[in-house]
Design a binder for this molecule. Structure first.
Ligand code: LFR
Length: 472
């Protein structure tokens, strides 16, 4: 039997899971879960990186001896090390407002077309490149490390930039699979801080003595660079049987798109704000960020942590299509009073705001399903790759109401699961690197209880609602 530790850090919690592989099957166990609570200080929203690192150490101790360790997390955020290798300041949260207006300025100065031609990246205000342009400490920086690379550095002492996460910076050349150093120069950013790239599956060192002592693990325990962008790891674990599938990696964000052999860098694709992020084995994650369950999570928070199962049950009984919002409206990006922002959106667009919690939840879920419909159709049209099924992976695969709405809205069968796709993809890339697994997706299919949702007969109603969304 082989055992792998997958550290998977999400926007609201981190977890350490062990994956045991024996007899061609994988069994995932959560050994440690810890909160990820951003901290606002001096007007800036930060990640509490030391609390996260403590969670990783506690999790590794709980995991016990393993054949390898891998770390994945959300993308775009980073820490800067000074010349002596010390972290300069606390990493800033991508939802912080420090980048306001920067993306627009860069696009105007450099031309959005020129940027897209190189990076193939969707235009999101928090992409690393815009954060670096707002960064006060850049002059002192020797090395930039993305969040999983920073934690890997603390575990092992090694320095490197894992490629799937690097592909979300805006400084990565999606055509060559290398850093876009020329682009960094033109933006006045110090290309010298970008470390050497690592492909997922490559070795990232072994545990430092202090880490071995703290976790009780042997110092010889290897750390593997996995597909360290959580979305890339989640896509690795999509249990697809054909190439003709779309996926929705559904968590705080919903990442909706296709897996392609090469990037789509057309003007149409740029205008539709599709991204070409890097996946395992040189694949391209051609997708769009849909604001996702974040809107619902923030509603629940605004309602004093109301119980989600009750809210969903009430939403299932609520009147359909009362109001639709565009989840991708920038008003929904920062933390805050989401029910009020939903009401404001409805007023601004001449709709009656949802009346009460059940209606609000229904509005959010229907609007997400409509945004998925739009993204899947756009991805198919822009790439020319047809699809016959939508795979929903991640925590949102548990949300039966949303999965059914997704099937209804897209007119395609939805296969839901695995819920812990990112951790599975993380662990199985480690296992493959050690020769323990060859076909990752086949292994996932064998181990998971997948639920299928068939599209219902209300295609017309969804098409009408989609037209309403398009008019907003
Ligand atoms: C999902 C995710 C998305 C990325 C966003 C911010 O967890 O990694 O793919 O766009 O977080 O990093």
């Amino acid at each position: 039997m082989s055992v792998y530790a997958a550290v998977d850090l999400g926007a609201s919690s981190g977890r350490v899971m062990t994956a045991r592989i024996a007899d061609g099957r994988v069994r995932l166990t959560e050994v440690h879960r810890f909160a990820n609570r951003p901290v606002r200080v001096g007007g800036t929203l930060h990640w509490d990186i030391l609390a996260l690192y403590r969670g990783v150490l506690d999790g590794l101790r709980a995991a016990g001896p393993v054949d390898s360790v891998g770390i994945d997390s959300w993308a775009v955020d980073y820490g800067l090390l000074d010349g002596a290798g010390r972290l300069i300041g606390n990493p800033v949260h991508y939802r912080d407002g420090r980048t306001d207006g920067i993306m627009e300025r860069v696009a105007a100065d450099m031309g959005a077309e020129a940027l897209y031609q190189v990076s193939g990246l969707q235009f999101l205000p928090f992409n690393t490149v815009y954060q670096l342009l707002a960064e006060p400490d850049l002059g002192r920086a020797g090395t930039l490390l993305m969040i999983p690379d920073l934690l890997t550095h603390w575990l092992t002492g090694s320095v490197g930039a894992e490629a799937t996460n690097a592909s979300t910076t805006g400084l990565y050349d999606v055509r060559t699979g290398g850093w876009a150093r020329g682009l960094a120069d033109r933006l006045g950013l110090p290309a010298g801080i970008l470390p050497e790239l690592r492909r997922p599956g490559s070795a990232a060192g072994t545990l430092r003595a202090e880490v071995a002592a703290e976790t009780g693990l042997p110092g010889s325990t290897p750390v593997t660079a996995v597909a360290s962008h959580d979305t890339a790891s989640a896509v690795v674990a999509v249990p697809a049987v054909t190439d003709r599938f779309a996926y929705i990696s559904s968590g705080t964000w919903s990442l909706v798109g296709l897996e392609l052999p090469r990037p789509v860098l057309t003007e149409e694709s740029r205008l539709a704000n599709f991204t070409n992020e890097g996946g395992l084995d040189g694949t391209i994650r051609y997708l769009r960020n849909v604001m996702g369950l974040w809107i619902l999570q923030e509603c629940v928070r605004a309602w004093g942590d109301a119980g989600l199962p009750e809210l969903l049950a009430a939403a299932a009984r609520a009147r359909p299509f009362q109001a639709v919002i565009d989840p991708d409206d920038p008003a929904f990006l920062p933390p805050g009073d989401m029910p009020a922002r939903i009401a404001a959106f409805c007023e601004r667009t001449g709709q009656r705001p949802p009346d009460g919690r059940a209606q609000t939840v229904r509005c959010v879920l229907e609007s997400l399903a409509l945004a998925y419909r739009r993204a899947v159709r756009d991805a198919v049209r822009l790439s020319g790759q047809d699809v016959e099924v939508v795979h929903v992976v991640g925590g949102g695969a548990r949300n039966a109401l949303l999965c059914q709405m997704t099937a209804d809205a897209t007119g395609l069968p939805v296969i839901a699961g695995p819920v812990e796709a990112a951790a599975l993809g993380n662990a199985l890339v480690q296992a493959r690197a050690q020769g323990v697994v060859s076909d990752i997706r086949a292994l996932v299919r064998r181990g998971e209880q997948l639920v299928t949702y068939r599209p219902g007969a209300e295609e017309e109603a969804w098409a009408r609602a989609a037209a309403r969304l398009a008019d907003r």
